[in-house]
Each structure stands twice: as structure tokens, then as C-alpha cells.
Design a protein around this ligand. Sequence first.
Ligand SMILES: Nc1ncnc2c1ncn2[C@@H]1O[C@H](COP(=O)(O)OP(=O)(O)OP(=O)(O)O)[C@@H](O)[C@H]1O
Ligand SMILES: [Mg+2]
Length: 292
Amino acid sequence: MSEHTGSAFITPQILITDHTRPAERREATRRAHAILRSYEPPRAVPRDDERVSIPIADIDVPAHVRALARGAAIAPVWLNGIGGLTFRTDDARYIKWGPLDPEASMRDEAERMRWAHTFTTVPQVLEQGQDAAHEWLVTRAVDGRSAVDPHWSDDPATAVRAVGEGLRALHDTLPVAECPWDWSVETRLANAIERGVEIADDLRIAPEIDLLVVCHGDACLPNTLLTDDGRWAAHVDLAALGAADRWADIAVAAMSTEWNYGPGWSDALIEAYGLEPDRERLEYYRRVWNET
Ligand SMILES: Nc1ncnc2c1ncn2[C@@H]1O[C@H](COP(=O)(O)OP(=O)(O)OP(=O)(O)O)[C@@H](O)[C@H]1O
Ligand SMILES: [Mg+2]
């Protein structure tokens, strides 16, 4: 198989992205975990119980990923919506690899991760690179499982609280005055227009900024890692990190509870964050997320 068919060996119906339709997302997440868990580990790869592992022989592991593993055993843990893959190595690294993406680059992510790492718990960047078609990012493994791990979809109340508190901690900790990047509505809309997206007129007028913070930029549940005793451990997936109104992140985090856990958890997340829901800003930033 070609090294450029990263998504070919996992059936397309398990593709899950931040843009997967909410109704499909929860089911897709469960199915993906079930499929991935049904494979036997190739060697002593998985770090614990249910983490994913697929026999290496059955996988079209990209040549770059093999090279980056430098002999370590690898197990896939995540497939994103554009065929990008994340692997865990048995020497505690994560290798993220995928096609170049006009919406986000791993070069940007590495830069932001290195900066954020000086203030809070995000993975340490080990290496990053790209060629004409693909890019990759290697990080040191953080101990924690994603908030969409089945362990947590079975206990949404604990997970939602931890994610809300984790988001609040991120916003309280990263120093916005020193943040070199911007994730404002203006920047996001301009970027969408460049990609050919048509913007509704009423989306062009953003609500007044409530509080400017360093936003995560993709604060959906899979991007918060939790400890096994139910506290937030770390944030990952930082390509869009930048200064913006805190509601830009809160809206996405709250919305993603619906994708991953079903209805009824959104306000609990906001309460854990420490605010009353601001319906107008939530609706506005949901729309910016969904329409750009
Ligand atoms: N350094 C790390 N330590 C622990 N887990 C990690 C690390 N890096 C990535 N992960 C795990 O791999 C998953 C995929 O990583 P990441 O979110 O960066 O990939 P992505 O393809 O950009 O995701 P998305 O589908 O949201 O676009 C994360 O949700 C997390 O569970
Ligand atoms: Mg992610």
C-alpha cells in the first residue's frame, strides 16, 4: 500500500472530526474505539487496558512514521477527519502525522506548544517537520486519557467537570499579554474567506469581548486529557491557540459535550468553568465554529 493512504486501513465510517455532525459523532466515537480495541496488540505496545492497538502488519504505517519511531513499537490511537493519524510509541512518545491542512499546521502547533509548555501542562515537543504533502509532530507522552475515552464517556459527570475546570485553568494560567498569536473573530473569518467559505452577514458582527484570554482554539473534549481519578491532566492539539474572548473556547467545549456525551452536559461544563451560561455569546461562537 502506498504511504500516502493513511486512512485506507481503517474503515471510513469511523472517521471522526471536530466537524462530524453532532448526531453521528457519539456513535462514531464508540464504534471507532470498539473497532480499534478489537485488534490484538502487536507486541507489548499498549500502555494500559483499552488503548488502541492494531497489528503492525495490517497497518499502512506511513514511512515517515516508521522512521520517526526509530525502532520503537507503535500503536495507532487516533484518526482525524482528513486522514491524519496519531500513534503512540512504546517509549512514551506520540507521533502525529497527516496531510498538509489549510486550516491548521503542525509547525504552528509546535510553536504554540513550546510556548504554552513554559506555563502549563501540554506535551513537550520533541520534533516537527513537513514535506510537500505531509507534516508530523512528535511529542513526549503525557499521562492521561482523552475525555472521549470510553472510560469517560461512561462517566460524563466527572469528565465534564474536569474539562470545564481544565479549560478555566488554561485561561487563568496562560499570560494573554505575552501571547504572540491571535484567534480573534476577525482573524478566523478572514481565514475562512481565504478558504472560500461564505460568511453570513450577521456573523461579521461579534459580541463585545467579555474577557480576553489565551484560548485553546480547539477546546473540544478529545483535546483534554484526564487523570484516572478524574482531574484534568493536560491539553493537546494546540495549532490554533491564540488570544480571543474566553467564550470562543467555552462555546466549543460545551458544544462538544453534545457530540460526545449527548444532550444535557453543556451547562454543567460551564458551571465547572465557573460561569453562568451567556446564551448570546455561546450561540454566536457556536456559529463561528460551525460556519467557518
Ligand atoms: N503527547 C501526548 N500525550 C498523550 N496523549 C496524546 C499526546 N498527543 C496526542 N495524544 C492523544 O492523541 C489524540 C490525537 O491528538 P491530536 O488531538 O493532537 O490530533 P488531531 O488529529 O489534531 O485531532 P483532531 O481530530 O481533534 O483534529 C489526542 O486526543 C490524545 O488523546
Ligand atoms: Mg484532537
